[in-house]
Design a protein around this ligand. Structure first.
Ligand SMILES: NC(=O)c1ccc[n+]([C@@H]2O[C@H](COP(=O)([O-])OP(=O)(O)OC[C@H]3O[C@@H](n4cnc5c(N)ncnc54)[C@H](O)[C@@H]3O)[C@@H](O)[C@H]2O)c1
Length: 496
């Protein structure tokens, strides 16, 4: 057993694999913010055996949660909420009461971008202020939201300013690395748990909370949520200073976004020279120093994290006197990727006004109903502006998309309905079901058998054999033999 003897104020990073621990200790935990992160974290903490109060100030959301509804689409979440609602998991609008009843308070509210690209920390600040008025014994206040470095210092100052005694609380950073679409399994089978704590007392409390994961006992339970492929158990728990933990989260997201933009830039070169980006990915990704994950060429990243976290990290760096221009380029390539795709659609259809386009996928990625900063939605908006008619289908995100896209979009109930009578079909989200469509049926439904795949879900050769003119990202276009010359025109020549 490797264990830390001290944490925080030193520069030491302590990696722990705790293989034995004291008998189960049940913590009282409040999670403030019941969105994608808070709701999943709360449900998972309850599954680890803790008593959890999930707090939110959105009354509608609270009412829905109390009534047994599950406001977001995530595998295993309905199951966990069902298991613990009314026993170890409670929902409340009363933040101060929840704080009084808890030893650990996780802040999981939104940190959206300001117009200048910085993180808007006003929700975090308002929660910190409320917490300060309810401190009735030692508490650990934990940042779960993604926040810039120094936020833990600010939270501490705010709580002190509101007259809480200095030794009555600690502030820690425990960044969350879950991905929407696999949030529950990511939480319970993480690659690592990062605990940024500047005192041993506070680090110990967080260790206790995560002990069922880091000592592996959770994974031995017959009712544990099943282990996904590739999970390494037990996960290491990494103890750092709070500042380092804050930076770990921003730097991780920036690095992942950089991988995506990198392969998208390589994909553009592949299109120009007639190479196949999937083969290039296989070659690059087999290098264990690089690895194949996050080398998926496509229409760029979106979602509620990467775009805002990159801007926020860029802003923090500037504030600290470092011009992190690499991040500007990552963001520029990402935006350009969408424009390139739009040019590809134009090239395939010549003119867009009045064309009927089938769209598969609106969520920013497969497995979620989240459409925040979704490249699919941004593309749909551009196509509408160009005068297209759109029939769109997404297995989970249509409710949310309806609130944003105007009434010119027909929201339909299947991929085949989206294809019906369309001049072209666009694949914009990598939902699993979109990779296994009945191609014969799709061919029959489309007015013209043109598929423009922003997620590289199909093999160009097979698509051509099945009669489609098929465009994807970083690979040559393909078409049935009779049309091959036109369809295979390199994207470079089709550029406007
Ligand atoms: N979504 C992800 O995949 C993900 C992953 C890792 C980290 N994060 C980070 O976690 C944080 C939360 O993200 P999210 O996607 O869960 O956001 P979200 O918008 O889905 O949820 C935030 C919740 O906080 C509630 N809230 C706001 N102010 C409140 C207050 N004063 N009191 C109580 N509740 C309040 C909102 O009503 C909402 O339900 C962000 O900083 C985000 O960057 C998100």
């Amino acid at each position: 057993m490797i264990r830390a003897t001290s944490a925080g104020k030193t520069d030491k990073v302590i990696v722990e694999f705790v293989l034995a621990r004291q008998p189960e200790q049940r913590m009282h935990i409040a999670v403030v913010g019941s969105g994608y992160v808070g709701l999943v974290a709360g449900a998972c903490f309850a599954d680890l055996g803790h008593e959890v109060i999930l707090v939110d100030n959105d009354e509608q959301k609270l009412a829905a949660l109390k009534a047994g509804q599950v406001p977001i689409h995530e595998n295993f979440l309905p199951e966990l909420l069902g298991r613990h609602r009314g026993s170890r998991l409670e929902f409340s609008g009363d933040l101060q009461k929840a704080v009084r009843a808890s030893e650990a308070i996780f802040i999981a509210v939104g940190t959206p971008p300001t117009e200048q690209g910085e993180a808007d920390l006003s929700y975090v600040e308002s929660v910190a202020r409320s917490i300060s008025g309810a401190i009735n014994g030692y508490k650990v206040v934990i940042e779960k939201s993604t926040v810039p470095v120094y936020t833990s210092d600010w939270i501490r100052k705010i709580i002190l300013r509101n007259a809480a005694p200095p030794d009555s609380f600690d502030v820690a950073s425990n960044p969350e690395f879950l991905r929407e679409g696999s949030a529950v399994t990511d939480f319970l089978y993480p690659d690592r748990i990062v605990v940024g704590a500047d005192s041993e007392r506070c680090a110990s409390l967080l260790r206790e909370i995560y002990a069922p994961l880091s000592d592996g006992s959770y994974y031995q339970r017959p009712d544990a949520i099943p282990k996904p492929d590739r999970a390494r158990i037990p996960p290491p728990l990494i103890v750092t200073s709070a500042k380092s933990a804050e930076l770990i989260k921003h730097a991780s997201n920036a690095f992942l976004a950089m991988k995506i933009s990198f392969i998208n830039a390589v994909a553009s070169i592949c299109e120009s020279v007639g190479a196949n980006v999937q083969q290039v990915v296989q070659g690059i990704g087999s290098d264990s120093r690089i690895g194949p994950r996050f080398l998926n060429p496509g229409i760029g990243y979106g979602g509620s994290c990467f775009p805002k976290d990159l801007s926020a990290f860029r802003a923090v760096a500037r504030e600290c006197g470092y011009e992190f221009r690499l991040l500007d380029e990552v963001m520029r390539i990402n935006e350009e990727q969408r424009h390139r795709f739009l040019r590809k659609v134009r090239s395939a259809l010549w003119t867009l006004r009045g064309k009927r386009i089938g769209i598969l996928g609106l969520a920013f990625k497969g497995g979620t109903d989240d459409i925040r900063e979704s490249p699919a939605v941004l593309l749909a908006q551009s196509l509408l502006q160009e005068g297209c008619q759109i029939a769109a289908y997404d297995p989970a995100a249509m409710g949310r998309a309806r609130e944003i896209l105007n009434s010119n979009v027909d929201f339909v109930n299947s991929a085949y309905e989206a294809a019906a009578g369309a001049d072209a079909l666009l694949i914009l989200t990598e939902w699993e079901e979109f990779g296994g469509l009945d191609l014969k049926r799709l061919y029959k439904e489309l007015k013209y058998p043109i598929v423009i795949d922003g997620r590289n879900l199909y093999d160009p050769e097979i698509m051509a054999q099945r009669g489609f003119t098929y465009y994807s990202v970083g690979r040559q276009a393909s078409a049935p033999e009779t049309q091959n010359a036109a369809a295979a025109t390199p994207a470079r020549k089709l550029k406007r």
